[in-house]
Design a protein around this ligand. Structure first.
Ligand SMILES: [Zn+2]
Length: 191
């Protein structure tokens, strides 16, 4: 799949929304990402996960791990395609990430970390911390949509399916406000 095909599919599925959005940071943006829109379609999820999995065909991983919630379905589908185990990490009370549910990870286990969308990479970093604590070996990081346009570098073997810059404007400098375009709040999208 080419970058244009991936982007068009994500727009068609409502993963990439174009308009005028209020971000949690208070800034305004012409683009909003809603990755769960993809995961309601198993056939499209399979297709995009395959394209991402191909980038790790030479990576010797044993387990694919994603942060809950965004990384659960993606880690499962990548693991299915690569013939590996799938697990997920969850938020703990200190706002870090931990492995629960009786997931058994012995020191030295080779781990591929995946996430649906990354802007600063915060969740992925927390999963990496949890992996380091458990003495696991991180062999790669896979991202469906890198909203930082390649600015976030978490691992030497890091690949994203789509890399795009998502602009954010101060409300005072927002050209969409100046065009009187109505502003969409995240709650309008039932976030
Ligand atoms: Zn605006």
């Amino acid at each position: 799949m080419t970058n244009i095909e991936i982007k068009e599919l994500l727009e068609e599925l409502g993963v990439i929304l174009n308009g005028h959005f209020l971000l949690t940071s208070g800034k305004h943006s012409p683009t909003f990402l809603q990755c769960s829109q993809l995961f309601q379609h198993p056939e499209h999820t399979q297709k995009l996960a395959k394209a991402l999995a191909e980038k790790f065909s030479n990576t010797e991983a044993e387990v694919v791990i994603g942060p809950a919630m965004g990384g659960i379905i993606l880690s499962y589908e990548l693991a299915r395609q690569l013939g590996l185990k799938a697990m997920y990490a969850e938020k703990d009370k200190d706002n870090g990430m931990v492995f629960r549910r009786g997931f058994k990870l012995t020191p030295g286990t080779k781990v591929l970390i995946v996430e649906d969308a990354v802007s600063t990479g915060g969740s992925v970093k927390k999963v990496m911390d949890a992996c380091h604590k458990a003495e696991l070996e991180i062999v790669g990081v896979g991202i469906l949509v890198d909203r930082s346009a390649g600015q976030v570098n978490l691992h030497p073997n890091q690949h994203s399916l789509l890399s795009m810059e998502i602009p954010a404007y101060d409300p005072a400098d927002c050209s969409l406000c100046q065009q009187n375009m109505s502003l969409t709040h995240p709650k309008d999208l039932s976030m």
